[in-house]
Design a protein around this ligand. Structure first.
Ligand SMILES: [Zn+2]
Length: 165
């Protein structure tokens, strides 16, 4: 049953790529993104859609909980080497990673530990905690990357982005 479900999900992707090719898409040849976005892997959050961005405009680094770990940092430094001079840390409402950190869920330490570090002394409210985590992450990146880093917060239930700070 599960195999059949996965099979049909992949079939949807195959059909989707066929539709994409048929649409004669705009495929940028050069890799010159303008902005780097560190955001959560949450499937409801698609930076290209929510910012109505053009193909090739965004260099996106994603993981559950928008964690600025060693790999994410290296990817953002790579974006800098491509000429990116603006970074956005985009947290979001109803974030499962922040919820896991608040609940002390076991088994996801590389995700929950850095979030918990950012939440000491803040509210247990999920929305406030996710926003505080995005702001703390942006502050840390600002110091380490030496470029402007803007924190932002996406409301999955509305589609709106709030710019923090
Ligand atoms: Zn999330």
């Amino acid at each position: 049953m599960e195999e059949a479900r996965q099979h049909s999900a992949l079939e949807e992707l195959r059909a989707g790529n066929a539709r994409f090719l048929a649409s004669e898409p705009d495929l940028p040849e050069a890799h010159r993104p303008q902005v780097a976005v560190l955001t959560c892997a949450d499937a409801r959050l698609d930076p290209y859609r929510i910012f109505d961005a053009k193909p090739g405009q965004l260099f996106i680094v994603r993981n559950a909980g928008n964690i600025a770990d060693e790999l994410a940092m290296a990817s953002l430094r790579f974006a800098r080497s491509l000429g990116v001079e603006e970074v956005v840390v985009l947290g979001h409402s109803d974030c499962g990673a922040v919820q896991a950190a608040l609940n002390g869920v076991d088994g996801f330490d590389p995700i929950t530990t850095p979030i918990q570090t950012h939440l000491s002394g803040t509210s247990q409210d999920l929305t406030e905690a996710a926003a505080a985590h995005a702001q703390a992450t942006a502050g840390r990146l600002r110091e380490r990357l030496g470029v402007p880093v803007q924190a932002a917060f996406y409301r999955v239930e509305e589609g709106s982005v709030q710019w923090l700070d």
